[in-house]
Design a protein around this ligand. Structure first.
Ligand code: NOJ
Length: 557
């Protein structure tokens, strides 16, 4: 492929503020499902470039792109075959440069996904490992082991993959390799210096091409203690080990040595490149990833895991603001992404009961479905209220494509159309994550609702028509226009990263003030409440007789 190293190489974004990320509104693009410019049913980089006016108009500070690298799409692109290239199905490096320039010209930053725990089994290194002997340098880049049992016919341990099924797969010469996710995603051996150096090269490659920041996939899994004998699966699940860093696979302290090296590289750039960790760790250990000596920011999934409930929201916000003040990171807030059931749908389903530990909650989120129990109107109303509450908080807000349209999870995708490995490895237990990855509706009619000129790669439901971008443009009360107004006004809230809780006598109401003098009031209860004095800047639903209705949020100046 011929690539002209144009001005975009070593191109700094126009804005050099080193703190741009601290209170940024970041929009996650799942490239295959955003906009299809070449009419093949898959979204692409040219499609993103074409929609930059839409994204700018929405009022975003940054875009985060899920993987767009060459991939067999065994896990939606999180199986990377070449870390320093663009998937030909999505475009070229040239398209990437054009897109980056356009994003910067529109005053936005670009964050890309880095997937360091595992590659694709199609990666040249894994193919080389397969073709090489036991004990070779090529195999030492991954995690190969002899099997157990008399003839090595059993896997080295009983570990299961996150997507279900065994975490070990056997290769023709009898050895087994570890994959914490799908078998097409072999885990790298991060004890190997070559892996570390190669990822530094990748981070430099994209930083030199104008990328402003990185989202680090499964940031808590890179360092592993694989000393023999390998402990049984039951041992891996022991909560205590997940809370104190002694788990052999997850959240080991040694991982921060890797991120210290990455930070040194990030700081060579002006402004320093940023990073946000995807680390599903015990909340007490999250701050380590967000340290200024490490990645600098970590996703806080606490709100995403919570029900729409005043007490839960209040304590999560208080705890997380205190945590980030202690480390110097800024707080992150997120309700939806490409791995979980959309929040409009979660809030329209009956509240969860019983034990609510991370694992249970996550499984529930991944399970999706439950169409029959869904109250669509209530779910969307609460989602709008929750989002307006979140956008009023100090810290950065991560939004997922389609939530600005009020999209619900797409249930009932036929099995034959499903793509998520979690579905295939868990058939009958989990429907997987395809329901939040269905291509966006841009127009109420037309092939694939304006997503492109061909049928979309995942089937879109008929109800997408009414939620299409062009259908919402002119409707003053649409979810799209609520996001536009809130994101535009939010900039005025982004002074000091603080809030002050204002006590009130209704336990269903949360009220806080921001340093610019604005107030945010959220009503989680079932009846309308009186608002404090002030002019309404924006509200998630219209006020009724001057009161804030049930399941609603308002900002007051
Ligand atoms: C987390 C990503 O968000 C998810 O989509 C992916 O399946 C796993 N990591 C494995 O890369």
């Amino acid at each position: 492929m011929s690539v002209s190293p144009r001005s975009v190489l070593n191109n700094e974004s126009p804005a050099t503020d080193p703190n741009w990320w601290r209170q940024a509104a970041v929009y996650q693009i799942y490239p295959r499902s955003f906009y299809d410019a070449n009419g093949d049913g898959l979204g692409d980089l040219k499609g993103i470039t074409a929609k930059i006016p839409y994204l700018k108009d929405l009022g975003l500070d940054a875009l985060w792109l899920s993987p767009f690298y060459p991939s067999e799409l065994a896990d939606g692109g999180y199986d990377v075959a070449d870390y320093r290239n663009v998937d030909p199905k999505l475009g070229t490096l040239e398209d990437f440069y054009t897109m980056t320039e356009a994003i910067h010209a529109a005053g936005m930053k670009l964050i890309v996904d880095i997937v360091p725990n595992h590659s694709s089994d199609q990666h040249a290194w894994f193919q080389e490992a397969l073709a090489s002997d036991k004990g070779s340098a090529a195999r030492a880049r991954y995690i190969f082991r002899d099997g157990s049992g008399e003839h090595g016919e059993l896997p080295p341990s009983d570990w299961t993959s996150i997507f279900g099924g065994p975490a070990w797969t056997r290769v023709p010469d009898g050895q087994w390799y570890l994959h914490l996710f799908a078998s097409e995603q072999p885990d790298f051996n991060w004890e190997n210096r070559e892996i570390r150096d190669d990822f530094l090269r990748t981070l430099r490659f994209w930083s030199d091409r104008g990328v402003d920041g990185f989202r680090i996939d499964v940031a808590h899994a890179l360092s592993k203690d694989l000393s023999e004998p390998l402990p049984p699966q039951a041992e891996l699940r022991r909560l205590e080990s997940l809370h104190n860093g002694s788990n052999p696979l997850w959240d080991r302290d040694a991982v921060h040595g890797i991120y210290a090296e990455w930070r040194a590289l990030f700081n060579e750039y002006t402004p320093p490149r940023t990073a946000v960790a995807e680390a599903w760790v015990d909340p007490s250990r999250r701050a380590r990833y967000a340290s200024p000596d490490g990645l600098g920011q970590a996703f806080n999934f606490d709100l995403l895991m919570a029900d729409f409930e005043a007490d839960a929201f209040a304590s999560i916000v208080t705890k997380n603001l205190a945590e980030s003040a202690a480390t110097g990171a800024s707080s992150t807030w997120v309700f939806s992404n490409h791995d979980v059931v959309r929040h409009a749908t979660r809030y329209g389903l009956p509240a969860r009961t019983g034990a609510d530990g991370n694992q249970d909650g996550k499984a529930w989120l991944l399970a999706g479905g439950h169409e029959a129990e869904l109250d669509r109107e209530l779910g969307l109303r609460r989602a709008r209220a929750a989002t307006l509450f979140m956008l009023g908080l100090p810290g950065s807000a991560y939004l997922y494509q389609g939530e600005e349209l009020g999209l619900h999870e797409v249930a009932g995708i036929p099995d034959a159309d499903r793509q998520d490995p979690a579905f295939f490895r868990n058939a009958g237990v989990e429907v997987g994550r395809d329901g939040c990855r269905v291509p966006l509706p841009w127009t109420p009619a037309g092939e694939s609702f304006g997503f492109g000129d061909a049928p979309a790669h995942l089937p879109q439901p008929g109800w997408f028509a009414g939620l299409a971008v062009s259908a919402q443009d002119a409707a003053g009360d649409s979810t799209l226009n609520l996001y536009r107004v809130a994101l535009a006004q939010r900039r005025r809230l982004q002074t000091v990263e603080e809030l002050e809780w204002i006590p009130n006598d209704n336990p269903q109401v949360l009220h806080f003030a921001r340093p610019n003098g604005w107030n945010v009031v959220a009503n989680f209860g079932g009846t309308a409440v009186k608002l404090p004095a002030g002019d309404v800047v924006v509200s998630s639903v219209p006020l009724r007789d001057g009161k804030l209705p049930a399941n609603a949020t308002a900002w007051l100046a």
